[in-house]
Ligand binder design. Sequence first.
Ligand SMILES: [Zn+2]
Length: 81
Amino acid sequence: MPLTPRPVAAVLFKAACPDCRARFELAAGALRLAIGASRRTTFYSFTCPECGTAVRKPAGERIVELLTGGGVRTLRLHSTV
Ligand SMILES: [Zn+2]
């Protein structure tokens, strides 16, 4: 029996658009995570596939863990505040 590499399942993140209220699933590549010095500057962003709105939402510790673990591109912001 030949060994075939198991296809890597794409991680999908459930998200909703506050603008058009569409619900959808986004692949890690469609999301961006920015980690700032405080909670107020830690957020994730994506573009709504339905209406094209740029959505930005605060990311709590759990979300940060989920996103980084799922391979979302992370940007670390340095703040002098
Ligand atoms: Zn939308």
